[in-house]
Write a protein that binds this ligand. Structure first.
Ligand code: AVJ
Length: 342
């Protein structure tokens, strides 16, 4: 699973440098200039420090997220898959055919398999995983690339650009099912979530649908354990962001000087991940020509994960021009799969 590249994430959208010459580090492989600008603005200045959550998902970060998904304390991914496994026939029953399926984020392909199996038992289905990570797409191809009655076409693009290209290829008889699973929408700030879903809605036509996965609000201790597990896998996932800046930007973060913290913001209904400095110190980021100073206890906010009540999803859907046609909820780990109709 990778982060949205078009919007969302915990970090601010930094403006590009106004000057004529390229900013230092604007041509670092694997990091686009927008991300570099967001790192710079997120770590500069006196305000609270923030980094773009998309930085968490390099090769190692993606592997660590897969490990998180196997933790007993983190029920989200298993709940998502359980719903799709149990209810794929019901979820797909009312959809018009012939059908194109576009998935925002290719994930491991494991969950999606259930939907494709249910559809392909009726007729040939076109499946377009959309991801900015080539590695993720390649993995998805090994799981879903050779299913009978499924035509697989990976799209290497950000979500909205990828979706636009699928929509442009469709014939008038084709209907479109968009999958946005795993509560990735929870990583968007509420305004960004609404405008993102509005953009998705704009590419759809009557008869099309969006299957949206959202993690429900749970008791605070359950949530805190899910995002600060006793094995320390989530802490490793979070701190990998610093390790990555050391690897890719030549930064000098001392990982031992930061501890991982999960905070539940009841009023906002979100989990925040923070990396908290254990004492005052300075860090250099040569590729950005930047020195960053930390006070004792100062944190870098690395990710938000919004949790939803039933009403939140209905409101969000409505604000984006959808209505909730049906919803399936996992009882063991409250998580909802909503089928939104145009
Ligand atoms: C993959 C974005 C849904 O927010 O729960 C897991 C990422 N972060 N543990 C989430 C994550 C910390 C995850 N999503």
């Amino acid at each position: 699973m990778t982060e949205p590249s078009a919007a969302g994430g915990a970090g601010p959208r930094g403006g590009a440098d106004a000057g004529g010459k390229a900013a230092p580090g604007s041509d670092i492989p694997g990091m686009d200039p927008e991300i570099l600008a967001a790192i710079r603005s997120g770590l500069s200045g006196p305000g609270p420090k923030k980094l773009p959550a998309s930085l968490l998902y390099d090769e190692l970060g993606t592997a660590l997220f897969e490990a998180i998904s196997a933790l007993p304390e983190y029920g989200l991914t298993r709940a998502d898959e359980r719903i799709l496994r149990r209810h794929a026939p019901a979820i797909t029953r009312g959809l018009a055919t012939p059908l194109l399926v576009a998935e925002l984020g290719s994930g491991t392909g494991r969950k999606t398999r259930w939907i494709l199996d249910a559809l392909a038992s009726r007729q040939t289905t076109h499946y377009y995983p959309i991801d900015i990570s080539e590695t993720a797409l390649a993995k998805c191809a090994t799981v879903l690339g050779r299913l009978p009655a499924v035509r697989f076409e990976a799209i290497h693009a950000d979500y909205l650009a990828g979706l636009a290209s699928v929509a442009a290829q469709r014939r008038s008889a084709h209907h479109l099912l968009v999958l946005f699973l795993g509560s990735t929408i929870g990583n968007f700030e509420p305004d960004a979530a609404r405008s993102f879903l509005r953009e998705v809605r704009r590419t759809l036509k009557p008869g099309d649908a969006l299957l949206l996965g959202t993690d429900r609000v749970k008791p605070a201790p359950t949530l805190i354990r899910a995002y600060d597990d006793p094995l320390g896998v989530t802490a490793a996932f979070d701190r990998n962001l610093l390790a990555r800046m050391n690897r890719d930007l030549g930064a000098s973060f001392d990982l031992a000087l930061f501890r991982h913290e999960a905070r539940w913001r009841e009023a906002e209904r979100r989990i925040e991940m923070h990396l908290v400095a254990k004492r005052a110190h300075e860090v250099a980021i040569p590729a950005l020509d930047l020195r960053v100073s930390f006070k004792d206890g100062e944190s870098i906010w690395t990710e938000s994960s919004y949790k939803f009540e039933k009403d939140d999803v209905a409101k969000l859907a409505k604000a984006a021009g959808f209505e909730v046609a049906a919803e399936w909820v996992d009882e063991e780990w409250p998580f909802a799969e909503a089928l939104l109709r145009v």
